[in-house]
Design a protein around this ligand. Sequence first.
Ligand SMILES: [Zn+2]
Length: 463
Amino acid sequence: MKFTILISSEDDSSVPFMVAQIERTGTLSAASLGLTLAESKGLLANVQRELVESQVQCLVEKQRICTRCETRRTIKDYHSVCFKSLFGGVNVRVPRLNGCSCEGKGTPPKTVRIDELVNWVSPELEFIQSKLAAMIPYTRTADLLELMLPVDTANAPSTVRRRALSVGKRLDTELHKSPDMIDAECSKTNTGPVTTVGLDSGYVKDCRPRSEGSFEFVVGRILYENNNSRSLGFVRTIESNSAAGHRLKQRIREQGQITDGITVFTDGDPGLRCLLMSALPKATHILDWYHLTRRLTVLKRVLLGKEAIKQFPTDYHDPLCKHLESLKWRLWHGYIGGAINRIRAILFRLRLPTIAGKHVAVRMRRLIKELLRYLKNNQDSLANYGRRYRNGERISTGFVKSSAVNQLIDNRMSKSQQMRWSPLGAHALLQVRAELVDGRLAAVFSRWYPGFAGHSQGLQVAG
Ligand SMILES: [Zn+2]
């Protein structure tokens, strides 16, 4: 059997163009039933080339006609460009048109161009490459696209990287260039108030030589009353506190409004608190219970470890365990004074001559002193967690940890991966990832390229 696939334009009477010929000989087998991937790639590439060439030709013909006197302009010269798309590169000859005689002498020649098309890269190629690159490494993005599609140009890992990062930079510039809107003005158009903001920080490996090994990023989640949420992320060294504050406020205003009743959760990092308090001065700050309890868990693990049981006599070990339990109870109920007293009691016990010199006691003293410093720094942000919990109120940025951090960082940029990052690269990619996890990347592209349909519009097939 032999199939010939032709395409013809309904707008002109040119001869149908053959895009593919598919031949099947011999017995039908599982492998020869239907179209193969290689055939489909060739088919797509040929259709793409024919479409692009015809569309550009049509545009050139339109632009040649002078809008004032309807005379056809002459062509000064041509230059060649390659239109890069998911379905291959198409070489196109783009003419420069001489000025029309009605425009007077000395009118410079004009190159035929397509609105919003930058460097002859298809927005869809840019979208798919940056979407995948935000999820999987650049090399794998390039491999995957090459495996499935006839994308034969502009798909090297370095190009994928450059394209994804340029999308991130554009998002970043767009956000920082948008003016700091006045609250009253925004509240008219916005849908609902923001209830909670959570910020958390983490580290990614630094790729720069002579660097300190890793650098800090911040991710956050904004929750609106109508259950919508918005993510944000930035690299600490790239963004100043005031710029980060602007980012936070812009994100809040995109869907909601800044009200006085916002609750803000952080891990107690002084820089993060500072940022939040300057951006949202009227917000209530609460130290995240998850971070607080994690420190207690570490202490408990040391105290219940084999080493501690071996080194501490029972009449020392048991009271320490009880003290630790009651410390947790006091913190849960927001008795900060009582909690600090309990910490002092633990420190006193750990300094008793029988155990003071033991390795475990030294380690525990260091941990408990850190905890004391942490609590003192965040004294005014400790809540009655028990009461909040019983009232069904939030006590933790667990929503940041489990959603924003995991979605924004863990899979793609986590320290456990062998990936190393430059602060600028990580910052730019975080912008793409934030839009991706919020399900807004396609909407961003529609804003940049009017008519861009993302994945929402399918092929129209005649019934
Ligand atoms: Zn004219």
